[in-house]
Design a binder for this molecule. Structure first.
Ligand SMILES: [Fe+2]
Ligand SMILES: [Fe+2]
Length: 269
């Protein structure tokens, strides 16, 4: 096991188990009251990830790496189950079996992509196979830029239509991130020739500017929603949830910049 295995595992599990727990709540709230079986399943996942989150905060950096690997494997299983549940839901929605439920197909697909990301991180950690830096930079950005583009779309669709200025702003972010995502996909297909230091560094710089702006917009939206100052059907916890995911992306960008510059950092990769 490499250095930092326990620290990296705990960091991923603490962040993503809370996210999975909240997805269970959002899904439960979006289902119709007659969908009792699906609601029970969502409730079960809420408890499972709440327990995982609690345990991850009880474990310390002195945890035995073997015990950590065992816990990672347990969490991997739980994440596989919630991923399958989300894909099942997506199938039901797309086959019009949940007519009237307040769950966008893209939202369910999005949460399943986050589960898949978490699951991959756990298996990479346990197998000791983290990607080389230039590959990680492109892959993480392709993943997170799409996540950010989705968030902007969710916000614009869940704000009350009468909040015209905010809806406009959210749509601007959606377009901005769609473009950044396509740029990242282009850099991806130009691999490995595109993986030069100046290109990767510029890529991170450009993405950071937009992620910071979106992060600030989400923070403002969250504060306004919490204070009941704007009209929307956005749960305050959902507003905070997407804000935290933007913060996570920013931390990853910063960590990559430090690694590119050859500076020591609290590397997660
Ligand atoms: Fe999420
Ligand atoms: Fe998300």
């Amino acid at each position: 096991m490499s250095d930092g295995f326990v620290a990296r595992s705990l960091d991923e599990i603490r962040f993503w188990s809370r996210i999975m727990k909240e997805h269970s709540l959002f899904i439960k709230l979006g289902l119709r009251c007659e969908d009792t079986q699906l609601i029970n399943e969502a409730q079960q996942f809420f408890y499972i990830f709440e327990q995982i989150e609690t345990k991850s905060h009880e474990l310390t950096l002195n945890t035995d790496p073997g015990q950590m690997a065992q816990f990672n494997a347990e969490v991997y299983n739980a994440v596989s189950y919630i991923w399958a549940y989300k894909r099942k839901l997506l199938g039901l929605i797309l086959h019009c079996k949940l007519a009237g439920a307040n769950l966008f197909p893209l939202l369910i697909d999005h949460t399943s992509r986050e589960a898949n990301y978490f699951r991959n991180r756990l298996s990479q950690l346990n197998q000791g196979q983290l990607e080389p830096l230039p590959d990680a930079i492109i892959d993480e950005n392709v993943f997170f830029l799409r996540i950010m583009a989705d968030h902007a779309k969710f916000i614009s669709h869940l704000l009350d239509p009468s909040e015209r200025k905010l809806v406009d702003q959210a749509q601007d972010f959606s377009r901005d991130f769609d473009q950044l995502l396509f740029q990242a996909v282009d850099l991806d297909s130009m691999r490995p020739q595109s993986q030069t230091h100046p290109l990767l560094s510029q890529f991170l710089d450009q993405n950071r500017v937009s992620v910071k702006a979106l992060r600030d917009f989400k923070k403002t939206a969250r504060d306004l929603i919490e204070a009941c100052r704007i009209k929307s059907i956005i749960h305050p916890l959902l507003a905070d949830h997407v804000f935290r995911e933007a913060e996570r992306f920013l931390e990853i960008i910063d960590m990559f910049e430090m690694a590119l510059a050859g500076k020591p950092s609290a590397s997660k990769h």
